[in-house]
Design a protein around this ligand. Structure first.
Ligand code: SF4
Ligand code: ZN
Length: 306
């Protein structure tokens, strides 16, 4: 009979293919929490006194981030606030908002729900009913980043924590390699590195945790999470790269880690050679950071009024 490698318990739930380690439920949950908190310390993602804004969609990744960071809040190391962005995707987002609120309430964490409609003037469904040129994720990504940054400032947050996991990060690395997007590659990392003070630093505490282990964690802890997929997700390039990585991981269980480690080693060289040194300015419309006169979010918004 298989036994937990840590405590000898025979009630095992996880066999880590990458290391051969077998763990029971309790030791698995403890080992994940320890790993995430150790990564936060080692990478200096959070400092004492930080106010961290968690981007809480209600999905398993962001729910896990909220629960683990709550450890630091309980120890009075940080202050925590959660924000859920309602993009206005009917039949999908409502449930995510409800589950996000439920998690924040259980932990007694201040929770804001903000919408595209309120901040941008249109819901994502309305934007898409008028648009036939772009895909929904382009608008969604631009406006979400824009709103997150605004809310962080409104809340006086010093960090924004997102739920990006190992699978997400290796997908981003591979996608940008395959598309030859070297400039985008220089921006991938455990924390955003913009020196411009108009940007709140973004951190990814789950960057080294595989998606599969996050699913096991939330199940083991009995956390309520939103499982449905976004109707706009479709057959994106990211999804295809994700399928490829999952498939190849079956025979090469450490491939995502080696992709990440290799990338982190070459990133300083890439940055030195390829990061764009152009200075950031302020958007004439919204005062948010912008590479040109108008930020991306405002250029979309202005195009609707023409
Ligand atoms: Fe937004 Fe849905 Fe695209 Fe995710 S999949 S970026 S929620 S439109
Ligand atoms: Zn703007």
């Amino acid at each position: 009979m298989e036994k937990c490698h840590k405590c000898g318990n025979t009630n095992t739930i996880v066999r880590r293919k990458q290391s051969g380690q077998i763990l029971c439920q309790e030791c698995f949950v403890e080992s994940i929490q320890e790993k995430v908190l150790k990564d936060i310390r080692r990478q200096k993602l959070i400092e004492k006194g930080d106010k961290v804004l968690v981007a809480l969609s209600g999905g398993k990744d962001s729910v896990m981030v909220l629960h683990i960071l709550n450890n630091l809040r309980n120890r009075r190391i940080i202050d925590l606030v959660a924000v859920t962005i309602d993009e206005g995707i009917s039949g999908y987002r409502e449930e995510g908002v409800r589950i996000a609120a439920q998690n924040a309430e259980t932990l007694g964490i201040e929770h804001r729900i903000v919408s595209f409609k309120e901040y941008v003037g249109r819901s994502l469904d309305e934007i898409m009913s008028d648009s036939n040129d772009r895909n929904a994720c382009t608008y969604c990504g631009v406006f979400r980043r824009w709103i997150l940054n605004k809310v962080a400032k409104e809340e006086g947050a010093t960090k924004i924590a997102t739920g990006h996991n190992l699978d997400d990060e290796t997908q981003s690395i591979l996608m940008n390699y395959l598309e030859g997007n070297i400039h985008n590659l220089t921006r991938i990392g455990i924390r955003s590195e913009s020196k411009y003070e108009g940007f709140t630093v973004k951190i990814k505490p789950l960057r080294e945790i595989p998606e599969k282990e996050i699913a096991t964690y939330v199940l083991a802890c009995g956390l309520p999470v939103h499982l449905a997929g976004c109707p706009y997700a479709g057959d994106s390039f990211r999804a295809k790269v994700g399928v490829f990585l999952k498939e190849i991981s079956k025979e090469h269980p450490t491939i995502m880690y080696s992709t990440l480690r290799g990338f982190d080693k070459i990133k300083p060289v890439l940055k030195e050679k390829f990061s764009q040194k152009g200075s950031m300015g302020v958007c004439q419309e919204c005062d948010e950071p912008a590479a040109g006169k108008i930020c991306k979010a405002c250029s979309f918004r202005l195009s609707w009024n023409q």
